[in-house]
Design a binder for this molecule. Structure first.
Ligand code: SAH
Length: 466
């Protein structure tokens, strides 16, 4: 069984530092079921490839199995696909041989370990229950470009049809840590099998490796169920814990926290001024099809729908609960059919590429980025700017410098308990300039609300155009 990871990040040989393996060497580790090898079939400045080979010993497999006394001979125990395909064995070897890289640490290249770099993973023979469709649904939302080819059962006998194996190539720009973690979890999920007994400690493993990305993966349930070998109790517990820890699921406390934020900002009716400024910016952009990303209960959408020039207004939010409130407040049930055809609400996460976001002229991201974990801002940027790619993107976020002017806000506190951060004007300028440069947009920033000579305005807005 072979899996390769390649990069063209220069110098590409840094991959060795990231994996803690010298590209000149051949590294081995022994497992109960066989031997793992890491070697580098290519290692130049331009491109470097690390290969993971898992040499599964079919006899060792049987020996290692609990309850096997050696006398229950069956051919299938000895003759099976395991030595040749990517599976949970691969996952175990990957987890062990790249354990430090999977924690995101690198002694020699700490900054590079935290950087998103071009990575290509080849899995030439991967069993996949559900075929190309499942492989795509698992990896695409995480930002991978997926090329999957079905492998025929026997090329000499095409009439036999296709096997359940895929030749998979996954390309992405991401940290090596996240790619390794995702492979670790998703290889046995593709195969829908595990060679070992799955107990409660598997939940800890799943949450440790999937903590950052699993909670808002659209196939979260499928991944959890398959990872835990369809054990209902374990799956329920894992999903429960995922949701508890889920940093972006605001269902539980969102409403009361929103009220707190409103109370803090109320004396200057900032909400109204923000909505006005955003609607002005949408109007100025000339957009006819508008997305409201992180739309909440649809307050802005209600105003946008009054704009005659807009032919379509679509809101996306990660929280099912606020979308239900939104559909009620927008009166979906009693809306005239022509009006109803202009508007939609979808559940979705802004940190995943989503085809439904394509073909819009403008996207509004009003008071949302501060709810994202800073480590997810790169994924957000790619999902919105690279993939959805509208002409105009309007982003608003609090200006933390202004917080000292809010009388009801204790010093040093953020405006909303779910805020992961609030930025100074300089921090917002630096992030927006970076996005604009990377994504080929120009950006204009302004303040919303009273402009204080010392600390600026309470809200900052950036309008990106391309
Ligand atoms: N834009 C609205 C709501 C802001 S509150 C307004 O200005 O009134 C932030 C909203 O972002 C919440 O509704 C929350 O559910 C949503 N959100 C947080 N993380 C998200 C994510 N990853 N994807 C989509 N929506 C998200």
């Amino acid at each position: 069984m072979l899996l390769t990871i390649s990069t063209d990040h220069k110098p590409a040989t840094d991959l060795g530092f990231l994996l803690h393996k010298n590209p000149g060497g051949h590294h081995t580790a022994e497992f109960g079921f066989g031997v793992g090898h890491v070697l580098f079939p290519e290692a130049s400045e331009e491109r470097c490839t690390a290969g993971l080979v898992v040499d599964v010993d079919p006899v060792g497999l049987v020996r290692g199995r609990p309850g096997s006394k050696g006398n229950d001979f069956s051919l299938a125990q000895y003759v099976n696909d395991r030595p040749y395909v990517t599976s949970s064995f691969t996952s175990v070897v990957l987890g062990k041989m790249f354990s430090t890289a999977m924690t995101g640490r690198s002694k020699e290249r700490p900054e590079l370990a935290a950087e998103a770099i071009n990575l290509e993973v080849r899995l030439p023979v991967t069993p996949c229950r559900g075929g190309v469709d499942v492989a795509t649904r698992l990896f695409e939302p995480l930002g991978y470009t997926v090329v999957a080819e079905e492998i025929p059962l026997d090329p000499k006998f095409p009439e036999w049809g296709m096997s359940r194996y895929l030749d998979l190539t996954l390309s992405t720009t991401a940290t090596l840590k996240s790619v390794l973690e995702q492979l670790f979890v998703l290889l046995p999920v593709l195969d829908d099998d595990k060679h070992y007994w799955v107990g409660a400690d598997e939940i800890d493993k799943l949450l440790r490796r999937g903590g950052d990305w699993l909670a808002d993966h659209p196939e979260r349930d499928l991944i959890t169920r398959r990872y835990l070998r369809h054990d209902r109790k374990l799956t329920e517990e894992a999903l429960g814990r995922l949701m508890e820890d889920d940093p972006t699921d605001p269902d539980a406390a969102q409403a009361s926290h929103d009220a707190e934020e409103e109370a803090v900002e109320k004396p200057i009716s900032l909400n109204q001024q923000r909505t006005d400024a955003v609607v002005d910016a949408v109007r100025a952009s000339g957009a006819r099809r508008v997305l409201d990303l992180g739309c909440g209960a649809g307050n802005l959408m209600r105003v946008l729908l009054k704009e005659q020039g807009l032919e379509r207004v679509v809101g996306i939010d990660v929280s099912h609960r606020v979308l239900e409130v939104g559909a009620r407040r927008l009166h979906f049930d009693t809306m005239a059919p022509r009006q109803r055809a202009r508007v939609d609400l979808f559940q979705g996460s802004l940190t995943y590429r989503d085809r439904r976001l394509a073909d819009f002229d403008a996207a509004v991201v009003m008071e949302v980025i501060e709810h994202l974990d800073p480590s997810r801002l790169g994924s957000f940027e790619r999902a919105v700017f690279t993939h959805a790619h509208p002409q105009t993107v309007i982003v608003t976020t609090p200006n933390v410098e202004y917080n000292v002017r809010f009388e009801t806000l204790p010093a040093g506190e953020l405006r909303h308990r779910d805020h992961r951060f609030e930025w100074t004007r300089a921090e917002f300028a630096s992030w927006t300039d970076g996005v604009a440069a990377r994504q080929g947009y120009s950006v204009a920033r302004s303040g919303i609300g009273p402009d204080d000579p010392e600390v600026g305005s309470p809200t900052q807005m950036a309008v990106f155009s391309r």
